[in-house]
Write a protein that binds this ligand. Structure first.
Ligand code: CA
Length: 762
């Protein structure tokens, strides 16, 4: 009987349309959400925290070791947890917003955030995308299983001692309403770091428990004063506490909304209504994540490479935050962090495009074109609401970093066939960005736009970071040009065509560096290419020399020959890792990370130079790309708490690894090309949203066999150093044969090189 049942089940599994799902491997097991958490102000190994949450989830959850408001909310080196918080943070430098925390404790009630902190050991901690668990030394256990806008939690208390749960309203104000009848705590918080949130910014929450309260009250975290028996109140730093029966296991379902208390309750019923047990929520989270991770199925790597790859793939799918909620009728709507009003449609925020246009979005275009299409519409809606295109939203616009890289996302989407938005609107929004200076930070509009347009560069010392700005503006103008050209808009095509070669205006051929330049046209003196800051942003001349994503051939021409260009590239790795702090006046973490990496002046810990190893493919020596990208992946990344060589940055550094480990990288978003590197794995199978499969098969691949000997695309010889988005999206196979010696006569011609404006011009 049993045997027959098993046979029938097997046949059904094969015939079922869901047969594919049955064959999915458990890839969630490889993800370590604590990757990169051994970070501190002076040295970042990721600056991550063990987020448990759904892909691009509205709210994530994390244990909290740092004080309320501290950017480093969880540090591997700490041994006490002071709460479990609703979290959105993408970087300690940006801090969090809309946070509240819950902390279980047994014995005496301790509300103070230092007093209540409990010792734990990492051995008693599990960090998975769909599940976080920790048991304190006190014996109290916390488990969390996330949904998109909420979480299912369980607190297990040892017997014989009073069992408390403390809710901390964090910094700023909070409103609390305890309803013992409903076994519910609801309320709101309004904390944020940046002052550019609309008036009335609030996050409403509701938490429902499955066990009754034996006692409850409010407290105030400024002076830790208790208000026993009080069920309702609001004020700065308000919190709540409840007591359960000793030895209880209590489940809590939580959900939040930026729109209203009613929406928070509706969301709770939408996302958690059916789940009786935490295990149900955990299982649903597992299925979502596992399905997503299986979309990039890798084979042939070591266990550690699988762990690193899937931990990075997890992180590449955490940011930006979805910022929309679902009405009762199933339609999306959102509270705008820009104008404070409620609008229909989709919204995404919490991302610094300076960090992510290079790798995270080009990866997202492959994996999530539908979401990317919604995102592009949301970008233009955000521009209407904010007055500026988002550049660093958290969740309102901060204008952090430099450049106007929203146009990179828009042009890239269009180039890849994601055409959900009105390109005229996008170009008008970008033109406004390119010709004006915005109110916040360096990246709403432009610094000294008149100088840039009239002189063709941003002058120094009038603007700190001027050379970096010039280079990034020129690339962004290329993206504007591209979008205009692709959509037949001659007006904007002509305008931006005049600007996109401006990188030439900051290249000093006498020293061979991109250099600071005064309004009088003279080069800045004294000049030390090792000096950080000044006309560069978070880097030095060695790092910014390569920021000509759209015209690498033009850059080669400035050097005069492939040989001279390659000698310069080689020098980056051969230089000593000497640090000259320059205008920073002291060591910043990016400098320390470069020194620790031990790869000369190659500073993978920060964005400006991360594409540079791929530039050998433009100059006839692709084998050096193949060598260096494997070195970087091997030496600078791992799956552990020291897993990254610098700030992870909203999936940016993870996406570099994911793309590179697959064997491709997007040097110039805004074109449809992915440059070929050297995959780690023998086989990578990407399942596209449209159901097609694209396989990258690297025959004879091994740690020594990093060099491509030959390549076929769908059975035809591939004599170029790139493939296109269309190649990937159509499905097919890139077949590489790997070896331990460079194939020095393969793909060396200008024809084989990826896109450059100057290549096309000739
Ligand atoms: Ca960075």
């Amino acid at each position: 009987m049993k045997k027959i049942g098993k046979i029938i089940f097997t046949v059904m599994a094969v015939l079922s349309p869901f047969a594919g799902i049955a064959q999915e491997k458990d890839l969630v097991q490889y993800v370590n959400t604590r990757q990169g958490t051994d970070s501190r102000f002076e040295m970042s190994r990721g600056n991550t925290y063990p987020a448990t949450g759904m892909p691009f989830g509205v709210h994530l959850w994390s244990p909290q070791t740092g004080k309320n408001g501290e950017g480093w909310k969880y540090q591997w080196s700490e041994d006490k947890i002071r709460g479990f918080c609703q979290s959105h943070q993408c970087s300690p430098w940006m801090s969090d917003y809309a946070v509240y925390s819950l902390m279980p404790m047994s014995g005496e009630l301790q509300v103070d955030q230092d007093e209540r902190a409990e010792k734990f050991s990492h051995d008693n901690e599990i960090g998975k995308p769909n599940y976080y668990k920790v048991t304190f030394d006190s014996g109290v256990t916390t488990e969390i299983a996330p949904t998109e806008r909420g979480a299912h939690m369980r607190f297990s208390y040892p017997s014989g001692e009073p069992a408390y749960l403390v809710l901390d309203g964090y910094t700023h104000s909070a409103g609390i309403d305890i309803d013992p009848e409903k076994r519910q705590i609801s309320g709101w918080v309004d904390n944020y770091r940046f002052l550019n949130q609309p008036d009335g910014f609030r996050c409403w929450f509701v938490i429902q428990f499955d066990k009754p309260f034996e006692e409850y009250g409010l407290w105030e975290n400024r002076n830790n004063s208790l208000m026993p028996g009080k069920a309702e109140g609001e004020g700065e730093g308000y919190g709540a506490y409840v007591r359960f029966k000793p030895g209880t296991k209590v489940q809590a379902k939580a959900a939040s909304s930026y729109i209203s208390q009613e929406q928070a309750e509706l969301t709770l019923s939408q996302e958690l209504g059916k789940d009786r047990k935490l295990e149900d929520t955990k299982q649903r989270g597992f299925e979502t994540w596992n399905k997503l991770l299986n979309r990039v199925l890798v084979e042939g790597g070591t266990e550690e490479q699988l762990r690193t790859f899937y931990s990075c793939l997890f992180r590449a799918n955490l940011f930006s935050r979805k910022f929309y909620e679902i009405k009762e009728n199933g339609e999306p709507y959102y509270y705008s962090p820009y104008d404070g009003k409620v609008h229909d449609g989709y919204m995404y925020t919490v991302n610094g495009f300076w960090d992510t246009f290079r790798s995270q979005f080009p990866l997202t275009c492959i994996l999530h074109p539908t979401m990317q299409g919604r995102y592009m519409v949301a970008l233009l809606d955000a521009q209407q609401q904010c007055g500026w295109l988002p550049s660093w939203s958290n969740p309102g616009e901060t204008g952090g970093m430099i450049g106007n890289h929203a146009i990179s996302l828009l042009a890239d989407a269009w180039a890849k066939g994601i055409r959900t938005f009105n390109p005229q609107r996008a170009l008008e929004a970008y033109a406004h960005e390119a010709m004006n200076k915005g109110p916040w930070g360096g990246a709403n509009g432009r610094v000294l736009p008149q100088d840039y347009f009239c002189r063709g560069y941003v002058p120094y010392p009038e603007s700190g970071g001027s050379t970096a700005q010039t280079l990034e503006y020129a690339y962004d103008d290329f993206c504007g040009y591209q979008l205009a050209k692709m959509t037949g808009n001659r007006f904007y095509e002509d305008i931006f065509a005049r600007q996109m070669y401006n990188y030439r205006n900051v290249f000093d051929s006498s020293t061979g560096f991109m250099r600071g330049r005064g309004r009088d046209g003279k080069w800045m003196e004294p000049f030390d290419p090792l000096a950080w800051g000044g006309p560069y942003c978070e880097g030095n001349a060695w790092h910014y020399n390569w920021s000509v994503f759209h015209d690498v051939q033009g850059l080669i021409d400035l050097y005069g020959s492939n040989e001279k260009f390659i000698a310069k590239l080689d020098s980056v790795f051969m230089m000593p890792s000497t640090i000259v702090p320059g205008t920073y006046g002291g060591i910043i973490h990016e400098m320390a990370e470069m020194e620790l990496a031990g790869m000369g002046q190659y500073a993978h810990g920060n964005q400006p130079i991360q594409h540079m190893p791929y530039l050998y493919c433009y100059a006839g020596e692709p084998w050096k790309t193949q060598y260096w990208v494997r070195q970087i992946m091997d030496r600078l990344y791992n799956s552990g708490e020291k897993g990254f060589p610098g700030d992870e940055d909203q999936g940016g550094m993870s996406s570099w690894y994911v793309l590179s480990a697959m064997g491709i990288y997007s040097v110039c978003p805004g074109t449809d090309e992915y440059v070929i590197g050297s995959p780690i794995f023998r086989k990578v199978t990407i399942t596209l949203e449209n159901g097609n499969k694209f396989t990258i098969f690297a025959e004879n691949n091994s740690p020594e066999n990093v060099y491509i000997q030959s390549a076929d695309l769908n059975g035809m010889e591939l004599d170029k150093n790139y493939i296109t988005y269309g190649d990937i999206n159509a499905g097919g196979e890139l077949h590489l044969v790997m070896g331990d010696t460079p194939a020095k006569d393969r793909c060396t011609s200008r024809y084989a090189a990826p896109f450059s404006l100057s290549k096309r011009d000739k």
